[in-house]
Design a protein around this ligand. Structure first.
Ligand code: SF4
Length: 205
């Protein structure tokens, strides 16, 4: 039974069978390797994971013995400031590392985060913000909806739709409507119009 723990624990059901992983369903693939639009059906399952996912490794009994097999790793520890960075911090004017390429490069110097690139990370952050769907994320989404990268705007629009589905937020509804009016990429407008905030538009991607 232990050998099936990863299959059960995976939040996206990425294991289609024993020893058979579908990377198109894996959070690590999407948040680190892919530069594309994340499938809408998967986004709610990402939770607040913005760079990878190790759930299948964490539940694996084999890995419990890792420290005794690899004593040379004992001195390595995660950087405390990067274990769980606040999602909204990178939108602050003093350190806009989600919004500005130079700030991103400086903030993540010598960090593997750079592999996903700024647009990929901001895309991932938008998904996490949409899963949070608190009214506090509205200012950040306003900025993301103005990002020059279409892939960012698509996910920011989706996140905005999640907020509006949860909260009555007249200012947010107004700016989202204005943003959609000027949006040149149809994927961003359709991403929002098919959000739970607009239940009359429920076609799948
Ligand atoms: S890394 Fe996460 S999403 Fe990918 S297979 Fe493992 S548990 Fe599933």
């Amino acid at each position: 039974m232990d050998a099936a723990r990863c299959l059960v624990a995976c939040p996206t059901a990425a294991f289609v069978g024993a020893y058979d992983l579908d990377p198109q369903r894996c959070i690590s693939y999407w948040t680190i390797e892919s530069r594309s639009i994340i499938p809408r059906a998967l986004r709610p399952r990402f939770g607040n994971r913005i760079f990878g996912c190790d759930i299948c490794q964490e539940v694996c009994p084999y890995n419990r013995r890792l420290p005794e097999r690899t004593p040379w790793l004992a001195g390595l520890h995660a950087h405390p400031a990067r274990v769980a960075p606040p999602l909204l911090e990178g939108f602050e004017p003093a350190r806009p590392y989600w919004l500005d390429q130079a700030a991103f490069s400086a903030h993540f110097a010598r960090s593997p985060i750079k592999r996903a690139k700024r647009a990929g990370m901001l895309r991932n952050v938008c998904v996490a913000l949409g899963n949070w769907a608190d009214a506090a994320i509205v200012p950040a989404l306003t900025q993301a909806l103005h990002d020059p990268e279409p892939v960012v705007r698509v996910h920011a629009a989706w996140a905005a739709g999640r907020v509006l589905a949860k909260w009555t937020h007249a200012p947010a509804a107004a700016w989202l409507s204005a943003a959609l009016d000027r949006e040149p990429d149809a994927r961003a407008t359709s991403s929002t119009l098919r959000s739970p905030a607009f239940p009359e538009n429920t076609r799948d991607e």
